[in-house]
Design a binder for this molecule. Structure first.
Ligand code: ZN
Length: 257
């Protein structure tokens, strides 16, 4: 399988082969450039696509033929917007998982308590959700993730084991940090693109086209008016025999320590 480790080994071997070959007859410089470009392209793909399992074995779907799926919401808590989603989920009597940003919890404690009280799961989405998160070294990442978990624990009294990387980007440091903290890395296999698609119908079609047994759906509870598209999606699920289940049940893992 293509992983960071196997890619580095293959790159090292290919580079050594080119250098050795160069002793026998001159190897054109562009072969070296080509090799480096190929290496960087694979590394980029592995870092930016969480389902590639390149750096981390992330759970992006459940292996099942049953029509069950789980809903996840990133980037909250965010007062009215999270509340609007919670009200809709109640209306359909379904539970979801909210991957919360640690630094958004202060001042939004009631929203977080409300998520928990209404039976939804809460996961860690880092404390900072910084644009530079991926540049942090392992110990800085450990600090960030611990801080995120502490904020959640301060409010609901439980320490999350589910972690979703900010922007879905994974790096060797993140792999080490999440392993050290025994966090389960959760990806998705249906990305709604709800932060960019503004048309309700387009969003609904994009999501419903991609749903399959065991899917993990990614939304953001920071998107204004998402509840309208979500209502259509939940109606589609009902009409097509899909059941929304809690993420911990779908993937058969423990949500809290
Ligand atoms: Zn995020």
């Amino acid at each position: 399988m293509l992983t960071h480790r196997t890619t580095c080994i293959a790159f090292g071997l290919a580079l050594a082969a080119l250098v050795a070959l160069n002793f026998v007859f001159p190897v054109a410089w562009y072969w070296f450039v080509l090799l480096i470009v190929a290496f960087l392209s694979i590394e980029f793909y592995g870092a930016y696509f969480v389902h590639s399992n390149f750096h981390i074995r992330a759970i992006c779907k459940a292996d099942t033929s049953e029509k069950v799926i789980a809903l996840t919401f990133d980037d909250g808590p965010m007062q009215e917007r999270t509340d609007a989603i919670l009200n809709l989920l109640d209306k359909f009597n379904v539970k979801a998982t909210f991957f919360c940003i640690g630094n958004r919890i202060k001042g939004n404690e009631e929203v977080l308590k409300n998520i928990h009280k209404r039976g939804h799961l809460i996961g860690n989405h880092s404390y900072s959700h910084s644009n530079l998160f991926d540049l942090k070294n392992t110990s800085q990442m450990i600090d960030d993730l611990k801080k995120g978990n502490n904020e959640i624990k301060r409010v609901i009294g439980l320490e999350p084991l589910f972690f979703r990387p900010p922007y879905g980007v994974t790096t060797p440091s993140l792999a080490r940090a999440s392993k050290k903290l025994k966090l389960e890395v959760i990806g998705w296999n249906v990305r709604s693109l709800d932060t960019t698609i503004k048309n309700r119908q387009e969003l609904v079609e994009r999501v419903t086209r991609r749903i399959q047994p065991g899917s993990i759906l990614l939304f953001h509870d920071t998107v204004n008016g998402l509840e309208f598209a979500l209502e259509d999606i939940l109606t589609y699920l009902n009409q097509n025999g899909y059941k929304v289940v809690e993420l911990d049940k779908l993937i058969q893992k423990q949500a809290y320590a």
